[in-house]
Design a protein around this ligand. Sequence first.
Ligand code: NAD
Ligand code: UDX
Length: 463
Amino acid sequence: MKIKKICCIGAGYVGGPTMSVIAQKCPEIQVTVVDLNEARIASWNDADVKNIPIYEPGLSEVVSEARGRNLFFSTDVEKAIDEADMIFISVNTPTKTYGAGKGMAADLKYIELCARQIARVSKSDKIVVEKSTLPVRTAEAIKSILDNTGNGVRFQILSNPEFLAEGTAVEDLLNPDRILIGGDTTDEGQKAIEALVEVYANWVPKDKILTTNLWSSELSKLTANAFLAQRVSSINALSELCEKTGADVSEVAKAIGMDSRIGSKFLKASVGFGGSCFQKDILNLVYIAKAYGLHEVADYWEQVIIMNDHQKRRFANKIVSTLYNTVSGKKIAFLGWAFKKDTNDTRESAAIYVANDLINEQASICVFDPKVSETQILSDLNYLNSRNPDENRNSISVLDNPYEACKDSHAIAVLTEWDEFKTYDWEKIYNEMQKPAFVFDGRNVLDGKKLTEIGFIYKGIGA
Ligand code: NAD
Ligand code: UDX
């Protein structure tokens, strides 16, 4: 079966970039990305492609090549479902905030809504692809809904998890390490897998397209994120020991990373990992393990989160203790708010938690981030519900100039590793700060030696 029309439900960080690249690479396939969020769709359709809702290097170029040709963004969900041969579900699957599994399990209500809508609207056979990250065995639930509430048409369900990282989404999509497709072991299941393989084969070498059964594919996504996050927590755990012993975590990371069995990637000590995926997916894994009574398995993976929470808190505590045990009334400048560089995404960013801890200590925070707006920063803080929105507004200010943000501050905290921070005039920043002038580099991106020569008291992570 050759796919002619694709519909993707969910025009977010995954649906938008993924479908843009599919459309760019498969000009003969019509790709329609739909979302309930009208403002988001309007931004994807903005005449000025620079205003698309997601900042990713290279994305606006891909969108401008394909949009209007074979790539469309729309709020007409039913029409797009009706016309498509293949439907990707790319909606959010956040951690549940209510009921059983609150704070751990994935909330699948948006997934179920999609399944019910697909079943209701579809008048021809369709392949439904799980692109969202889902608990293992979700395909079973989707199949049950599709088969029991549909119009008698046949559905095949595939799992095709997305491995892109934000900030490098386009590059990751164009040159993926692998594409994973899980499907039913029946003949029809295998045909559906083949149809999706053919879509990716337009630009991905076949030996990088891995096919498995449904459950392996679903579980591999949670596992991949758990392993990646576990590396960050492992090196962060060692960073604390380095600070006590005179070892330097960057040197340790390099020394162990040269062992080809360990590898050098994902060993950068930091203020703690953030992003919409790692915490959510590990909590989900922990919840699944507990649900099967596998308590040792659950405890093992939960430790990755416990360590990450500790690392964020430790960073805030270190600022307070270094500033003579009080930050009350002191201005602390934050360089960066996004959870990593080259994205405007702030979900679960360490900056939010560090700011919250410092505001509890009555610090006054001034933030500069090249891509994150004041509205977003305030909404991130308000979401924690630690104090009322007015108090947050009085405790934090956001400036669009880094020099102004740092002026008169007692300390600078680097929360995101934006490249531009390295290029600033650090002498000028030093001259305009309170003395002694402290820099807490939560990303080890600045040149500590140079800053110390200028006069700063420089504190990196793990040294
Ligand atoms: P997102 O919140 O940016 O986007 C999801 C979109 O789905 C939203 O715009 C929302 O309005 C829309 N939506 C929800 N329910 C809908 C419905 N019934 N009909 C139409 N639209 C609906 O989320 P995201 O970051 O793109 O993540 C989506 C999924 O991909 C999640 O399961 C996530 O775990 C997974 N994932 C994310 C990343 C990442 O880097 N962000 C990477 C890999 C996998
Ligand atoms: C992650 C996975 O990498 C990706 O495969 C998956 O599809 C979605 O989740 P993402 O969260 O976008 O991607 O970014 P990633 O590069 O993994 O970084 C996650 C967090 O870990 C960031 O806060 C980053 O700063 C931090 N990190 C990463 C470190 O602190 N040290 C490292 O060595 C690597």
